[in-house]
Design a protein around this ligand. Sequence first.
Ligand code: NAD
Length: 340
Amino acid sequence: MTYRVTLIPGDGTGPEVVSATRLVLEATGVSFDWDIQEAGVDVMDRYGTPLPDSVLDSIRTNKVALKGPITTPIGHGFRSVNVAIRKALDLYANVRPARAMQGIAGSFEDVDLVMVRENTEGLYAGIEHDVIPNVAAESIRIITRAASERVVRFAFDYARAQKRRLVTAVHKANILKATDGLFLKVAREIAEEYPDIEFNDRIVDNMCMKLVQRPREYDVLVAPNLYGDIVSDLCSGLVGGLGVAPGANIGNDMAVFEPVHGSAPKYAGQNKVNPIATILSGALMLRHLGETSAAKQVETAVATVVADGRSVTYDLKPTRDDPTAVGTREMAEAIVSAMG
Ligand code: NAD
């Protein structure tokens, strides 16, 4: 069987980490027919948009995509292509596992967290405007029962399928009584449908402190969009940083796999950044395709290379300027060698 998969290299360091991931995925023996689609700042001039329709059409047809990060201008310019893809395809659950690996200095041992982030509304609805230019601006935060129900249900179904014990809803319902109040109310209702899974909730600021102090007490977290985005970066930091954090955007019949990190443009073209966030996103894709043993093969090889500590990128060395750090490509090649 050959899987036709939309492949979006992205921009900045995206093409480098995606190419490294292709190398590893193809080494599993699983057969891919890559439908390569360009998006991001580099295609603006050619197509007049950073997200040509052909990209969305390709994902709609193939149902599965592997995506590199894409730059979003800060404070001006086009809206995020990443957010636009998630919204256009209704990829409502953003799943971001953060699992400790042996050999990463400064990371917490035994941490095994999964953030399930609502991916289609909240502050990312992008409904904002100047009230008085340069004086006041307004952003509208949308929380609906329907979107909250499906993402919380996804978190519980995920917990059950992965044999996890606890789902924690993350919110700020003490202050945002209408919006987060609704999210929390819905989460409590859905929790009653899953008596086999424990449930609790935490206010987002307190959640951040607790994750830093006692991350092992938590398991699956579910949160509205913005908190999910921020807290998942915090979780990545507990286990080694953005270079190791994979992600998946899941809808009812489509899925797009991408690292948590962005395009890290300052390192673009330098063969420097860590490819394993994208490689592990590729392993999540293999699981999604039902290729469980290939997924395990990739995850085990990544863990072996990280634990060994020699063929790793700068971010996994004891100091950032360690001269023994290898490049993106070389780390991917070491992972392929470890696959035996
Ligand atoms: P970033 O994640 O690109 O990088 C922040 C820092 O994290 C980097 O400077 C680097 O030190 C480190 N880092 C990131 N990825 C790494 C890797 N693979 N290996 C080692 N270190 C790594 O965040 P940013 O600088 O805030 O954002 C850059 C651009 O990416 C922005 O335009 C932003 O909007 C975009 N972005 C895109 C996505 C996405 O495509 N899904 C996600 C987040 C940010």
